[in-house]
Design a protein around this ligand. Sequence first.
Ligand SMILES: [Zn+2]
Length: 98
Amino acid sequence: MRDTNTGTVTCARCGTVLGNYMTGDYYKLIRIKYCPACKTQVRREYKRFWDSQHRQANKELNKEMREQIRLLKEENERLRAERFGTDTQMSSQRFKGL
Ligand SMILES: [Zn+2]
């Protein structure tokens, strides 16, 4: 956080004073939002958040794929049953002809 009156830059998380952009390195300080410790922590939390988001998305995708595979298997079974059904009819017809 930046105090526009005094120029004091503090960590947005723990409030540690990082410096004064009026007397210190302006371009460096206006880009800093957190102290080094909080920066690491924030980055870790952000990463964890995205990891969980990805895990959730993967879970959804896996569920969808499993359902697709199940449907394909069902379709396969049905087609196989149909084909075997026809085969049985054909063989019984052949038997009739004998
Ligand atoms: Zn901090």
